[in-house]
Design a protein around this ligand. Structure first.
Ligand code: G4P
Length: 530
């Protein structure tokens, strides 16, 4: 920190956000272009290349390489104008994992990327529902305007209908998807001309043209665009900061990540519209001032990523104060000291030591003790932030050790991987630990679980998918009744909570209607009901 700058000044510069999208909508491309425009990389494509290089060094990465996916969310920190951006990656694979959701607990805003040809897709919707549960401000980017797609007015309608956010275009396209001419900035009326760049390796030239000249050059396309703007003016669909910050409206931008168009406008919007870190509320509903002592919470654990090191990285979001490498800090749950000597940040998969961090920043603590997801870490007086929610599982499987002689290792693995949140382990008290049910948001979590059980705990296991479709929290009295019904199983989570698994979600619905006195609570109400 420069002498004289305060924690509040540093916090005000931060913008901590994630990009959510359906696979293939363009999240990776947009991330790369952000780095290009921010000057953090020289040439687009280098992030992917870097990931490729690293994948040779670990079997974990090997799994990612085989599947062509990125399992590990990483954090990119880069300066933009006079801000510091923290972009948290949400893995963009078809299979969900809880990690993706947890990342959203650590950000202050989100960019929702839609493929203009497709509009809102299933995974956008799921991710958005998590954002809604936190009232996160959402900026929307209609991507791939360089190729044929749907009418933008229709897309605005879809955003409003399907996710209930009032769509307020900040820029409006001139031309149609596939015959894209550029955008009108609705605040200034200026026309930014679209220039096709070859795959957008370098920043696109941005020619700003006065309205009169644009009218002469773009002809009918200009007229149609003005009509569109007139319509938007008439219905008052203007960017409105308070309702955006409250998670009720979404400023919309159009462009093409591939050819770089609209990327700068979106980055500017993150700087100008997205909120800086705000005081976080603790479990007692008290706001933690940003300039109080250091405090943060753990939202992700990444263990044993590299077999050469076998280390464990706990990612924490700083909520208040100044974090300094080597400082004294404590974990509220365990009451133990947290090691802060090995603090890193991640750029792609490369780690770099960080010396200090401020509210909004993400720190990776290496082998910092037995930190768990949701833990509050702090310096000085005790403080506790609300935990990171566990999400309603959608897929289930049973796990059985292949080698009965390795039952101890199997148990240890189950406990550890459950704690880390790799999967949720559900136990049947009659069977003990020998044949637990695993619950997850996506089947990829089972693969990671099996891989780690074999490679780290030397306890290879057979994972067989189970026919359950939904899980609900229940209690003893309700469980007695549920046990009399077929297709339902009562199990326990590690925290002794009782859960009921249903083979048929329609039967669950019927039961809820017919016997409303039964306790059948959703696991996390921020998700669409199953
Ligand atoms: P994701 O992370 O959301 O999964 O999407 P990603 O950026 O990987 O983009 C998916 C595909 O869509 C890529 O094509 C990418 O080049 C393309 N794409 C992204 N943005 C745009 C855009 O604005 N316009 C057009 N026309 N295409 C876009 P690919 O063929 O799968 O990969 P590649 O061979 O191009 O790398």
């Amino acid at each position: 920190m420069e002498p004289g700058t305060s924690i509040l000044t540093e916090a005000a510069r931060r913008r901590t956000f994630a990009i959510i999208s359906h696979p293939d909508a363009g999240k990776t491309s947009l991330t790369e272009k952000f780095l290009l425009y921010a000057g953090a990389v020289q040439e687009a494509g280098s992030v992917r290349a870097r990931t490729g290089q690293r994948s040779a060094t670990s079997d974990w990465m090997e799994m990612e390489k085989q599947r062509g996916i990125s399992i590990s969310s990483t954090v990119l920190q880069f300066p933009y104008r006079d801000h510091v951006f923290n972009l948290l990656d949400t893995p963009g694979h078809r299979d969900f994992s809880e990690d993706t959701y947890r990342v959203l607990a650590a950000v202050d805003a989100v960019i929702m990327v839609l493929d203009t040809a497709k509009g809102i897709e299933s995974q956008t919707l799921k991710l958005f529902n998590v954002c809604r549960s936190r009232n996160l401000p959402v900026l929307t980017f209609f991507n791939k305007f360089d190729r044929p797609g749907r009418d933008p007015l229709e897309l605005l309608d879809e955003v409003e209908q399907q996710i209930g956010l009032r769509a307020t275009p900040a820029t409006w396209p001139v031309g149609i998807p596939g015959d894209f001419r550029g955008t009108i900035d609705r605040r200034t009326g200026e026309f930014t001309k679209y220039t096709r760049t070859a795959r957008g390796a370098a920043a696109a030239p941005e020619e700003i043209i006065p309205a009169e000249r644009a009218a002469a050059e773009e002809g009918d396309a200009w007229k149609v665009a003005l009509d569109g703007c007139g319509l938007l003016d008439a219905i008052g669909a203007d960017v409105d900061l308070p309702s955006f910050l409250a998670g009720k409206s979404t400023p919309v931008f159009v462009g093409s990540a591939l050819t770089n168009f609209g990327v700068r406008a979106l980055l500017d919007a993150v700087a100008e519209l997205a909120p800086p870190p705000l005081p976080r509320v603790d479990v007692n509903d008290n706001e933690r001032p940003l300039d109080a002592n250091f405090a943060g919470f753990v939202f992700k654990i990444q263990a044993n990523m590299d077999p050469n090191h076998r280390d464990r990285l706990a990612f924490a979001r700083v909520c208040s104060g100044r974090f300094e490498r080597g400082m004294d800090a404590e974990c509220l749950r365990s009451g133990r000291a947290v090691g802060t000597k090995y603090a890193t940040t991640a750029f792609g998969n490369d780690r770099e030591t960080i010396e200090e961090a401020f509210p909004g920043d993400i720190i990776g603590l290496v082998n910092a003790g037995d930190l768990r997801i949701g833990d509050t870490i702090f310096q000085g007086k005790k403080i506790e932030f609300p935990g990171v929610p566990r999400f309603a599982p959608e897929v289930f499987a049973s796990a059985r050790p292949l080698d009965r002689g390795k039952i101890k290792q199997f148990r240890r693995g189950l406990e550890q991987l459950d704690e880390e949140g790799v999967v949720q382990v559900l136990r049947d008290l009659d069977f003990g630990d020998t044949e637990p049910v695993l619950a997850a948001v996506g089947v990829l979590q089972f693969e990671v679980f099996a891989h780690r059980l074999a490679s780290e705990f030397n306890a290879p296991a057979e994972i067989v998918s189970s026919p359950y479709q939904a899980m609900r929290l229940t209690d003893k009295a309700s469980a007695e009744r549920l046990r009399q019904i077929g297709g339902i199983r009562i199990l326990y989570r590690a925290n002794d909570e009782m859960v009921a698994l249903f083979e048929n979600k329609y039967r669950l619905q019927r039961l809820m209607n017919d016997e409303p006195e039964l306790r059948l609570d959703p696991v996390f109400d921020g998700q669409p009901d199953q």
